[in-house]
Design a protein around this ligand. Sequence first.
Ligand code: SF4
Length: 328
Amino acid sequence: MSEQAILSVRNIKVHFQVDGHGPQWPWTPKKVLKAVDGVSFDLYPGETLGIVGESGCGKSTLSRGILNLIPATEGEIVWMGKDLRKGSESDWHKVRSDIQMIFQDPLASLNPRMTIAQIIAEPLKTHRPGMSAAEVKDRVRKMMRRVGLTEQQINRYPHEFSGGQCQRIGIARALILEPKLVICDEPVSALDVSIQAQIINLLKELQREMNLALIFIAHDLAVVKHISDRILVMYLGREMELAQKKALYDKPSHPYTRALLSAIPIPDPELERNKVIQILTGDLPSPIDPPSGCVFRTRCPLAEPRCAQESIALHRVDDDTQSSCLLV
Ligand code: SF4
């Protein structure tokens, strides 16, 4: 891509010190939980990067690390050319009006004691304190209409809305400052399938109108397919594959991506019947004690002896795909 990236994440790590055998054994040595362990990617204006992986793979921690809601342990977070990890708290404050977040549980993410108008206006109060009350009200009304809410709902409370409507309120709150990037942390996983499609279509429309970049986090590849331009597959805090959408769905390079793809139901009954499902055996290993070599080796159907000794960072497979598998 010839355009300048708005966000460059370089070798970002989010590690936590944890008690070796739990808090009841304080004399045992501390261990390091590597929730995110060396993730790098660029994001371009107007682009959607899908981030996918099982629960516990570090995708939500990564998104919070980018916003410094959980401070990163190492690495660079370069926003519009400036490394935020070297910046001050006031740099982060400015960036937070450019980068907004939409959360997984729409109702839980809204303050039950605030009206919809107050919730949507809250970022304006924080980041545009000079704006008059009339301007704020006008912006809130316009944004409510834009996300499919009616002005009559402006003084209602979150509990009076359905899950899909609550997510529309969350989107209105995230977009009221006209940010450049919105991080969507599993925004549809708590919603019914029919509502999921509505919310994804709404995000796509708003993205086109506002030239928004999106990071869209989900735990399965079916959800991110319709919204992503590129997809990053994560496992145990590491990158397994980063690819253009078409390449990833047509010719996945990493065995983990292939396993995730085989779990997606195919709408054609004949194809679905004949499909070979690659079931991942065993549980996700602990990020406190990850396997040696390739972290996916304990569940990989193609693992060879050298996979226990060696590991490799994402490397270029072709123009569209990067993989961390030693065999490709
Ligand atoms: S490096 Fe080895 S264990 Fe890891 S994904 Fe490739 S084949 Fe499987």
